[in-house]
Design a protein around this ligand. Structure first.
Ligand SMILES: [Ca+2]
Ligand SMILES: [Ca+2]
Ligand SMILES: [Ca+2]
Length: 494
């Protein structure tokens, strides 16, 4: 169970050196344009996929970071870069090709690494059947499922553990949006069906099964559902398995560290690193990626979290499962700009950041809170009907001395006085909306890695129009002072 860390620092040290930089990442790859002749060899579908990848690469993450020894953070331009996506030479500007867009798209079978297992667990507080397997479209474009081998009966891509018995099939014709998800759950025990997803929907399974998958068992996704010899390495799209999994077809590399201790009711998950630090609590500085990491080495790619910060043999850090399905919001870091709530004031000063020293142990804030406020702008080109933020990197439990132990908390709206440009010409009062911590899973210790916080005022009925802004706050309880970081991915609908 989570334990409070000894209070070894003096109150003087409460004047923590917390530096937060909330930087929008705008990554622009500035290589020279490719020669025209090479482009002309692409099929229409390949060109669309390439353009989508290029657009995605230009969008980068944002979030916040801390710098180890500075007191005043500055606006930092960060770029999340996904090394798992094939690098494509990019023109500086996205140039649409009407002919290509208009051409009929023939479904293409996914290649290895394009449709991957992005998160899973094989046990939960509801018992051995409290399982889910989340699939992610990493292809760089919307993907229409098209099995490589068919037998005419329910064809699609199969999710299969190492017993060889198919648990879920993603049916042919299913469209998984670019960076979208498909969720496979064990309907006997799955306990996270009410975790928020899209507009009025929750994280229910897109497909279900009922046969238990034992803990540490390897799981693969294949480009067909025919089975037998067709469940082979050439037909494998991705796999995740523990070091104890004997069948190498169902893991990548030597496997993730096997879970050796399973405390009762552990609300755990393995998810693919989406920051590039492997779930490190102490590594400061910017994230190097913003999409799920897949280097075909489970041990390096997967991060273990649970809501009590247990040490179960596979890594220890406070965090939460976050199952996503076809209806869930999609990461759009590049389309949502952010800036200081009050650009006339430094980012570490009120109202952009407020440090409250009031001890509130009951709310995971023994040493008070920090409250980070930002203004977000919708640059997607259309209405946003859902907006939430997923924690991809932070300092939290169990943080060593000198590193802050932060607990993302539910916040409610507050009225704040701001200056705003033209600076010094008068102030105004604005409402800064809260961001509730999304549950379940129950997070009695506060949020952590992979937790999500929602901008609840943005809905189908009250969307955020293109070009419109919303002022939001992120409330973080402090259980130990020190240097900190806090990075999130932005997820939206549509
Ligand atoms: Ca199980
Ligand atoms: Ca892989
Ligand atoms: Ca997830």
């Amino acid at each position: 169970m989570l334990e409070k860390r000894p209070r070894v620092r003096t109150l003087v040290r409460l004047v923590t050196i917390c530096v937060l930089v909330f930087g929008l990442a705008t990554f622009v790859e500035a290589k020279k344009p490719r020669k025209k002749s090479r482009k002309q060899k692409e099929t229409a579908a390949q060109r669309i996929a390439r353009q989508s990848r290029e657009a995605a690469l230009r969008q980068a993450i944002l979030l916040s970071s801390s710098q180890a020894n500075s007191v005043n953070g500055a606006m930092d331009v960060n770029s999340g870069r996904d090394f798992s996506v094939p690098t494509v030479a990019s023109n500086a500007q996205f140039i649409s090709d009407p002919e290509a867009q208009a051409a009929p798209i023939t479904p293409n079978v996914a290649l290895a690494g394009q449709i991957i297992i992005s998160e899973f667990r094989l046990q939960g507080p509801n018992g051995i059947n409290d399982e889910f397997i989340e699939i992610y479209n990493a292809s760089g474009a919307d993907h229409t499922v098209a099995a490589a081998v068919t037998d005419g009966s329910g064809d699609g891509y199969a999710v299969v553990p190492s017993d060889g018995i198919t648990r879920c099939v993603i049916p042919n014709g299913t469209v998984i949006p670019n960076r979208g998800h498909f969720l496979c759950v064990n309907s006997v025990g799955y306990s996270l069906a009410s975790y928020p997803a899209g507009n009025g929907t929750t994280a229910t399974g897109d497909a279900t099964y009922t046969l238990d998958i034992p803990i540490n068992t390897g799981i693969a996704i294949f480009n067909n559902s025919v089975g037998g010899a067709n469940f082979s390495l050439p037909n494998r799209l991705d796999a995740v398995g523990a070091t104890t999994e004997a069948n190498v077809l169902y893991k990548e590399g030597t496997g993730y560290p096997a879970i050796t201790l399973i405390p009762p009711s552990i609300d755990m998950s393995f998810y693919r690193d989406t920051c590039g630090k492997g779930g490190s609590i102490t590594a400061l500085g910017n994230c190097s990626i913003e999409t799920p990491k897949d280097t075909d080495n489970n041990a390096a790619d997967l991060v273990f979290v649970d809501t009590n910060g247990n040490s179960a043999g596979a890594g220890q850090r406070l965090g939460a499962p976050g199952p996503e399905n076809l209806s869930s919001p999609i990461q759009r870091n590049s389309s949502i700009a952010n800036q200081l709530l009050d650009p006339c004031v430094a980012d570490a000063s009120p109202p952009n950041r407020v440090r409250d020293f009031t001890s509130d142990p009951g709310n995971n804030s023994t040493f008070g809170t920090i409250d980070i406020r930002r203004t977000f702008t919708n640059n997607t080109g259309g209405n946003i009907t859902r907006l939430r933020f997923r924690v991809v990197d932070l300092t939290t439990f169990p943080a060593p001395s000198g590193i802050a132990d932060l607990r993302p908390r539910t916040s409610t709206s507050v009225v704040v006085t701001v200056d705003r440009p033209p600076c010094g010409s008068g102030t105004s009062n604005i409402t800064v909306n809260g961001t509730p911590l999304e549950q379940p899973p129950s997070q009695p210790n506060g949020g952590g890695f992979n937790s999500s916080l929602s901008a609840g005022t943005i809905t189908l009925g009250t969307p955020l129009a293109n070009g419109a802004t919303i002022d939001l706050r992120f409330l973080l309880g402090i259980q130990q002072t020190g240097h900190f970081k806090f990075y999130v991915n932005v997820e939206t609908l549509p």
